[in-house]
Design a protein around this ligand. Structure first.
Ligand SMILES: NC(=O)c1ccc[n+]([C@@H]2O[C@H](COP(=O)([O-])OP(=O)(O)OC[C@H]3O[C@@H](n4cnc5c(N)ncnc54)[C@H](O)[C@@H]3O)[C@@H](O)[C@H]2O)c1
Length: 245
């Protein structure tokens, strides 16, 4: 049984998909979840749901691509709550564009959210991390295999993985840093992909189905918990066998 009693868990990209399931799972295990996302409306819906079940949460509208906002919003939330015990960085975007027609602006906009955002969020968290804390970043199978028509996304996730491993070196022993690399998980992010290539992707997945956000949230919870107390700098692939390392 994993518990997060009285632990402060900061979650970016919390309003949808994997981040939202992490919030539900960790709040139900006793955490105070601080929810960060661009989408104020979806954040408010999630807060209503969690508070309705008696769980502790707070909401914070944040664009992770904004360096100053990350520092100030994280700083305020951490001071109010008493530091950060776990940080789950799930915010990300997945636009489709082949390299041949990719503009400078499209490349930069993707990197601004997926890579700069990870740096801004993790750096903003550092001064507020408590002893025995944990960070989990969300990379992707795309960062290992590449991804057709998503080269900027795959590049951002490969870089996020090596950034996270470097952070694990810098933050030990106070804070563990690990990476979860999902395969195809049924969220709004993969709606178009599943429409276009669903059958081929299923055929390439030994588990013969797509993953659920809950299954990724379980892996993230484990890495945040004391059950993973000697695990740092590692990548946990959650992909139903789509990519076996
Ligand atoms: N779903 C998958 O199959 C899959 C596979 C591999 C990796 N991932 C990664 O997992 C993470 C979560 O994906 P998901 O499927 O839950 O996606 P999602 O689209 O369901 O949720 C992403 C959340 O991030 C938020 N967000 C986007 N840009 C933001 C910004 N600039 N600032 C703050 N919040 C922002 C969105 O509002 C949304 O709530 C992403 O980093 C994604 O790259 C997902």
């Amino acid at each position: 049984m994993i518990t997060f009693n009285s632990r402060n868990v900061f979650i970016t990209g919390a309003a949808n998909g994997i981040g939202r399931e992490v919030a539900r799972l960790m709040a139900s295990a006793g955490a105070h979840v601080a929810l960060f996302d661009l989408n104020a409306h979806a954040l408010a819906l999630l807060a209503d749901e969690l508070q309705g079940m008696g769980f502790a949460c707070s909401t914070h509208v944040l664009n992770v691509a904004d360096s100053h906002a990350c520092a100030s919003v994280f700083g305020t939330a951490a001071e109010q709550l008493g530091g950060i015990d776990c940080l789950v960085h799930s915010a990300g975007i997945y636009p489709e564009t082949p390299v041949e027609s990719m503009t400078d602006e499209q490349w930069r906009a993707l990197m601004a959210v997926n890579l700069d955002g990870a740096f801004f969020v993790c750096r903003a968290a550092l001064p507020h991390l408590n002893e025995n804390s944990a960070i989990v970043t969300l990379a992707s199978v795309a960062g290992h295999k590449g991804s057709h028509s998503h080269a900027h996304y795959a590049a951002s996730k490969g870089a996020l993985s090596s950034f996270s491993k470097s952070l694990a070196l810098e933050l030990a022993p106070k804070t563990r840093v690990n990476i979860v690399a999902p395969g195809i998980i049924a969220t709004r992010m993969t709606n178009d992909l599943v429409q276009q290539k669903g059958n081929a992707l299923l055929a390439a997945t030994p588990m013969e189905r797509f993953g659920t956000p809950r299954e990724v949230a379980g892996a993230i919870s484990f890495l945040c918990s004391d059950l993973a107390s000697f695990i740092t700098g590692q990548t946990l692939h959650v992909n139903g066998g789509l990519y076996i390392v």
